[in-house]
Design a protein around this ligand. Structure first.
Ligand SMILES: [Zn+2]
Length: 477
């Protein structure tokens, strides 16, 4: 028993040392992807950078994996087990922001920015995969380590398309992380979701002279939204329904708008509840078209499944986190975090933060692992992978405490020393966990048995219909 413990401690330490040796490489990749700030399915430079580094590090690389232009898979080793490390690299629209600033200062008005820290997410996982590969090579371990460069997590369902196209079919276990302000194991599931465009086509006319000749597409969008808001009362309490008007038809009030479009996002706790809600929202749209005499086109955009939790792998990841500790921040990091903190409201600072961190700028602790779980009221396309194989995730402190995500504050912090420390640390925790699965086949067996029990005979049904293809957001001219 003692012997095993020694071996395990050394494995985590080896991963940590190997990541430290190449820290400049990973920081360089992360900062470069931060600069590219490419949004869903347009991450061509980011994906190519990942592909090049994977090749340099001795992985066999598949570009445009699964027929998805910006998906990359790097593979090393042979046969079973196949361990997947999931990376992302997409940015968000409209969040352009200068790095290292404690006030809102876009680099380019209307430009994009890494408001969810996916530059760190992808680079940290690259570090994990390269370190596991090096350990496997040195110790001649059997099995396969794969880095998945997954595009379009932000509303594009990248991993759903990758899962639908069979890229995770032979995977035995999957791991990833997400930047956050706290260090914790992700033990809550999330909501299954889909995103759908409703496009209305009417007839333009002079709004004052001949309104009777027009058919208002914007009227249809407004009526649809009124209908959807009435529908809300009759949905299950955990359901979430959001919309954004993506084309209001124009800026002239004296024109009857001939075209208008609204993008809906639907969320429910379980994938099997999604179709019923989708059909009901479609009926509301059809009603709006009927009321206004407009034509309706329904265009499914993307979707993702809820997370299937795996306590075996979560516990394993927690154990590695305990061994490795948490990222250590210095005085400069604390000073900048304090400046960011000054830009946050009291409500933001209190949101979901443990009481003992309330007066700190950066987390210096690991949250206790809570296998009771519950549901996080958001969504992630890691859910789709978790249906295919046992999956575990963690968050690592990479931003000031209380920082809300999808904001300029995350973009600003995303290329600083705070973020770099969190990213490298995430690589160590995830890399060490992946390596443990290779070193302890009985643990993987246990994780797989738990996965089968959790699914209880259900199989993965991709929430994205077969005739829907991945693609960038179409901008209105
Ligand atoms: Zn994210």
């Amino acid at each position: 028993m003692k012997q095993t413990h020694k071996k395990l401690t050394n494995a985590a330490q080896s991963i940590a040392e190997m990541i430290e040796k190449k820290r400049d490489l990973y920081i360089g990749v992360s900062d470069q992807i931060w600069e590219y700030a490419e949004t869903r399915y347009e991450e061509h430079q980011s994906a190519e950078l990942m592909a090049k580094v994977l090749e340099q590090e001795g992985f066999t690389v598949q570009r445009a994996a699964g027929g998805i232009a910006t998906a990359v898979v790097g593979s090393y080793g042979q046969g079973k087990p196949v361990i997947a490390i999931l990376g992302e690299f997409d940015a968000l629209f409209g969040l352009s922001q200068k790095k290292g600033e404690s006030l809102h200062a876009p680099v380019m008005i209307g430009g994009n920015g890494h408001g969810c820290g996916h530059n760190l997410l992808g680079s940290g996982m690259l570090a994990a995969a390269v370190a596991v590969k090096a350990y496997m090579e040195e110790h001649k371990l059997p099995g396969t380590i794969r880095y998945y460069g997954c595009p379009a997590e932000e509303g594009g369902g990248g991993k759903g398309f990758m899962a639908r196209n069979g890229l995770f079919d032979d995977v035995d276990a999957a791991f990833t992380w997400h930047p956050e302000s706290v260090n914790a194991i992700t033990s809550k599931s999330c909501l299954a979701t889909c995103q759908v465009y409703f496009k209305f086509k009417g007839r333009s006319a002079h709004a004052a002279v001949s309104p009777h000749l027009g058919r208002g597409a914007l009227d249809a969008v407004e009526l649809m939204n009124v209908g959807a808001n009435y529908l809300r009362e009759h949905l299950i309490p955990e359901a979430r329904l959001h919309y954004a008007i993506t084309n209001s038809g124009g800026i002239s009030p004296n024109v009857v708008q001939a075209e208008a479009e609204v993008l809906y996002k639907l969320r429910v706790p379980r994938s099997e509840q999604l179709d019923d809600m989708y059909q009901r929202v479609c009926n509301v749209a059809r009603g709006a078209a009927l009321m206004t005499g407009t034509e309706l086109e329904i265009q499914f955009d993307s979707g993702s499944s809820e997370l299937i939790m795996n306590r075996t792998l979560e516990q394993l990841m927690y154990d590695q986190f305990v061994k490795l500790g948490v990222p250590v921040f210095d005085e400069m990091d604390n000073q900048f975090a304090a400046q960011i903190r000054n830009t946050l409201t009291d409500a933001e600072l209190k949101n979901n933060l443990p009481a003992e961190l309330a007066n700190k700028n950066l987390s210096d602790q690991l949250e206790p692992y809570d296998p009771v779980g519950g549901i996080f009221m958001g969504s992630t396309d890691v859910g789709d992978v978790s249906w295919k194989a046992p999956t575990a995730q963690c968050t690592v402190a990479s931003v000031a405490l209380g920082t809300p995500f999808h904001t300029w504050q995350v973009v600003s912090q995303g290329a600083t020393s705070i973020a770099h420390k969190g990213m490298l640390h995430a690589g160590k925790v995830v890399g060490a966990t992946a390596l443990e699965v290779l070193l302890q086949p009985e643990l993987l067996k246990q994780a797989k048995a738990e996965h089968a029990k959790e699914l209880d005979g259900r199989t993965y049904q991709c929430p994205i219909p077969v005739d829907v293809n991945p693609g960038p957001v179409k901008r209105q001219s």
